[in-house]
Design a protein around this ligand. Structure first.
Ligand SMILES: [Zn+2]
Length: 277
């Protein structure tokens, strides 16, 4: 057991996890994956933060059919003087068939804007995001978007570029959510949906149409309230699923059904099941 609080909703898909970072929080990723599979999880999207992490992540988790891979450049990793090199590496991966080993790269992410941590590089982040969006659309891949303390620039970018993709770990209010929905994006909710101060996020979660809804852990970050303080992992996804079900007045099974179908459609994957292990 990862921890006594692990709970699994069979068929659910964690649309955003950083498996490589679990070990930094004291978790063994292989045990986490074994437990997730035994619990009936149907997919985990392993999200990159720099293009150079892809080969290493594939080496660690490529043997696991439950894991799908993305490659991206996180805004807090956008560094002056390094962007061209990073984008060239990502372009080489995508131009080379958008695969890693024998597996498809299913999205460009994570990418986005983060002025909370690195507002100094706001302009560089924005230029880099535009280049990443161009790369993604050339390969018909969705974007996984991070958006922190950068709300108005993000909305302006979305209006200008109209990318296909998902706002990951949605952390704004219902009005902002409506703006993102108008622009065609999917909205993914994480453990912060369950925090006491998150009334705005909960109002947003109640209004997202079924066909735009995703759920994620952002492991090892953002543990739901019930397990806050512990490292997050896919075994905590059920807490967010149940919170979504409550807010939306539907069953947890219904939330699983729609979020998993949406994840499969967005990322072009099929649900994993133990039979094909
Ligand atoms: Zn993330």
């Amino acid at each position: 057991m990862m921890d006594a609080a692990s709970r699994y909703m069979p068929g659910s898909i964690d649309s955003h996890a950083h498996l490589e970072l679990l070990s930094r929080r004291g978790l063994d990723a292989d045990s986490v994956l074994a437990e997730a599979k035994a619990g009936g999880i149907a997919g985990i999207i392993d999200v990159g933060v720099v293009p150079s992490d892809l080969e290493r992540r594939f080496a660690a988790f490529g043997g696991q059919g439950i894991v799908s891979f993305t490659s991206g450049l996180h805004p807090t990793s956008v560094t002056p003087g390094r962007v061209d090199e990073e984008l060239a590496l990502l372009a080489a991966t995508l131009d080379g068939g958008a695969t890693v080993g024998n597996r498809p790269v299913v999205a460009v992410g994570e990418v986005g804007l983060d002025y909370y941590h690195t507002g100094d590089h706001a302009r560089l982040q924005l230029e880099t995001l535009e280049r990443l969006a161009t790369l993604a659309s050339r390969h018909d891949l969705p974007l996984i978007l991070h958006n922190r303390a950068s709300e108005s620039d993000m909305l302006a970018f979305l209006r200008r570029v109209r990318p296909r993709g998902v706002m990951h770990c949605f952390s704004q209010d219902a009005e902002y959510c409506a703006g993102c929905l108008d622009l065609g994006l999917l909205i993914s909710f994480g453990g912060n949906l369950t925090y006491r101060s998150s009334d705005g996020i909960r109002a947003a979660a109640a209004m997202v149409p079924d066909d735009r809804l995703l759920v994620e852990t952002d492991s090892p970050y953002l543990s739901p309230q019930a397990v806050r303080g512990a490292a997050n992992h896919p075994g905590h996804l059920a807490y967010t699923v149940e919170a979504l079900a409550d807010l939306r007045g539907v069953s947890a099974e219904q939330v699983v059904r729609v979020t998993s179908a949406n994840a499969c459609a967005l990322f072009g994957i099929a649900p994993w099941s133990a039979d094909e292990a």
